[in-house]
Design a protein around this ligand. Structure first.
Ligand SMILES: C[S@@+](CC[C@H](N)C(=O)[O-])C[C@H]1O[C@@H](n2cnc3c(N)ncnc32)[C@H](O)[C@@H]1O
Length: 256
């Protein structure tokens, strides 16, 4: 069970989507992590992001985990917020989760090496080093900015944000990849929720399961969303880490 940090309600705290510099706090010893997250550069590839165009835009990273996307995005003037059910835990506890997740990823990689393409990286070692430095950057940023609302505890299919709160909503490596865990009904509810909090687009990556096979209920999911007035499009991206992971699903209100 993760230890909880009680977020102190601070009247002087910055807005959850601001990139106001942090108040100075004494240096703390952060846990070092063996596991990995994903960087803004990797997000930019699998979400086909035009990063400079996102400056001053409100961007939400759902199921952000140990990704450094939000830390790096805020450093570039993007008003980015991350949400994950694990946020609220101490950095130590988060670092332990990162290590456990990483161990399970390595086991998967060893068990099914034929699934991995790693087109995005020169070698497996390069990918691992990149993921480690992303997780370290995330932990440092989380320690400073949790109290400013940059990292919010929350889980699909109910997110703690107002309707249309963000210009762009991203969700990587949760939907479809965990298709065995989540039924179609859950996936539809999660997509609706992502669309609810977005005033613009939602981008979900990848559109396949962890075995690299296309999500088998994609047509049914898109039909249900269309019936709700949510348009969807599968868009190829110039990225592949494991077989099948070269596409994203783009969702938008009011289109078909
Ligand atoms: C594989 S990580 C992906 C991290 C990051 N998005 C990336 O692509 O590197 C999956 C994340 O989903 C989070 N998660 C699990 N269930 C969730 C839910 N119901 N809603 C939102 N996030 C969830 C986990 O805590 C974990 O951090």
């Amino acid at each position: 069970m993760a230890t909880l940090l009680v977020p102190p309600p601070s009247p002087t705290a910055a807005s959850p989507r601001s990139s106001v510099p942090p108040t100075q706090s004494p240096p703390i010893k952060l846990p070092s992590v063996a596991g990995g997250g994903r960087t803004l550069a990797e997000y930019a590839q699998f979400f086909a992001l035009d990063v400079p165009a996102l400056k001053n835009r409100d961007v939400l990273d759902v199921a952000a985990g140990p990704s450094s996307f939000v830390a790096e995005a805020c450093a570039r003037g993007i008003d980015a917020v991350a949400v994950d059910p694990r946020y609220g835990s101490t950095p130590d506890s988060l670092a332990t989760h990162v290590q456990l997740d990483d161990a399970s990823r390595r086991t998967q990689l060893r068990a099914r090496p034929e699934l991995f393409r790693r087109r995005a990286f020169a070698s497996c070692e390069t990918a691992e080093a990149d993921r480690r430095s992303a997780a370290q950057r995330f932990l440092t940023d989380y320690e400073t900015h949790f109290v400013h609302g940059r990292y919010v505890g929350g889980a699909l299919p109910r997110l703690p944000f107002f309707d249309n709160a963000f210009d762009l909503v991203l969700c990587a490596h949760l939907l479809f990849i965990s298709a065995k865990r989540f039924e179609l009904e859950w996936q539809v509810a999660a997509c609706r929720e992502l669309v609810r909090v977005s005033a613009g687009e939602v981008r979900v990556h990848p559109v396949c399961g962890a075995d690299g096979k296309p999500y088998p209920k994609l047509a049914a999911l898109r039909r249900e969303l269309r019936a709700d007035g949510i348009g969807s499009e599968v868009v190829r991206v110039d990225y592949e880490f494991f077989i099948g992971s070269s596409a994203m699903l783009v969702l938008k209100k009011g289109t078909s």
